[in-house]
Design a protein around this ligand. Sequence first.
Ligand SMILES: Cc1cc2nc3c(=O)[nH]c(=O)nc-3n(C[C@H](O)[C@H](O)[C@H](O)COP(=O)(O)OP(=O)(O)OC[C@H]3O[C@@H](n4cnc5c(N)ncnc54)[C@H](O)[C@@H]3O)c2cc1C
Length: 275
Amino acid sequence: MARKQNVIIIGAGLFGSIAAARCRLLGHNVTVVADQRPAMASLASGCVIAPSWLSSLSAPDIATAMGVLSAMYKVHDITFTTNVLGRPFKAQRVDLKSVLVQPDVIGKVISASAGVVKLEDGRTLRGKTLVSTGYWAEELVSEMPKVRGLWGASVSFKTSGQTPKLNVYAPYRQAVMFQSEKNRAWMGDGSALVTKTWDKESIQRMSATVERGRAMLSDPRATAITTAGVRPYVEGYKRGYFQQIDSSTWVSTGGAKNGTVLAALQAAYFTEALR
Ligand SMILES: Cc1cc2nc3c(=O)[nH]c(=O)nc-3n(C[C@H](O)[C@H](O)[C@H](O)COP(=O)(O)OP(=O)(O)OC[C@H]3O[C@@H](n4cnc5c(N)ncnc54)[C@H](O)[C@@H]3O)c2cc1C
């Protein structure tokens, strides 16, 4: 059992939330601080765990990450019917709402170093610190590789009884849909765009995605809510980027399209580092 520590987690996306939950499970005293900026990636996530996304991880890393997830959340098996593969596609997922934690402190952090976290409004927090601020990690940690942000969006349709579907609609392009809540189906098509392209093409691209979803639902008038977010990519770090910065500060990001599993893996690294 790890020694009980005061822990500050900056960011309340998948990375911050899973790390916070695991730290709490292990008895640490945790404060989550976040400013909940609109483009945070996690609000758009389907929390799907696709077998192909695990290929960059070793068997022990997969076991660690899945162990962390299943100790704290319900991991659902999900079987998609497909329009081309000729056989069902099997994956797993967790419920986003069961994972995301509410920040204990809402505010923008301007610096985090040597166990001292300073907020824009003048508040100061102290403790072992995890910077899990997604695409924006570099703003607080200058000594790290560049974080590239790729925009994506998912669509939530008001509907019930939707069976999981995976539709290939162009070479290497596929849309997935499943019932995420009682009256909601989540749909993602993997779009990933750099910011300047996102500005120009996003509206056109998203209306095509919404129409594709309505076709999958066979409901041309289904009400849709689109959520956009910036996925964090750290070049050369397919397992995500986890690094100790100083005696009391760690950084954890780089979830890319595989945020659920990588957040769980890095939560395990962080709690191990607190020992
Ligand atoms: C459309 C879409 C679909 C996706 N689907 C899946 C999927 O099905 N399965 C999967 O595994 N992954 C999926 N992903 C990827 C996954 O969502 C990301 O990898 C993951 O959400 C990244 O989480 P994060 O916590 O690092 O960052 P974020 O979710 O961006 O969270 C960053 C947090 O840090 C806070 N923050 C940032 N800077 C500061 C600051 N200075 N002070 C205070 N707070 C700050 C933000 O407010 C936020 O709370 C998807 C992504 C998108 C966009």
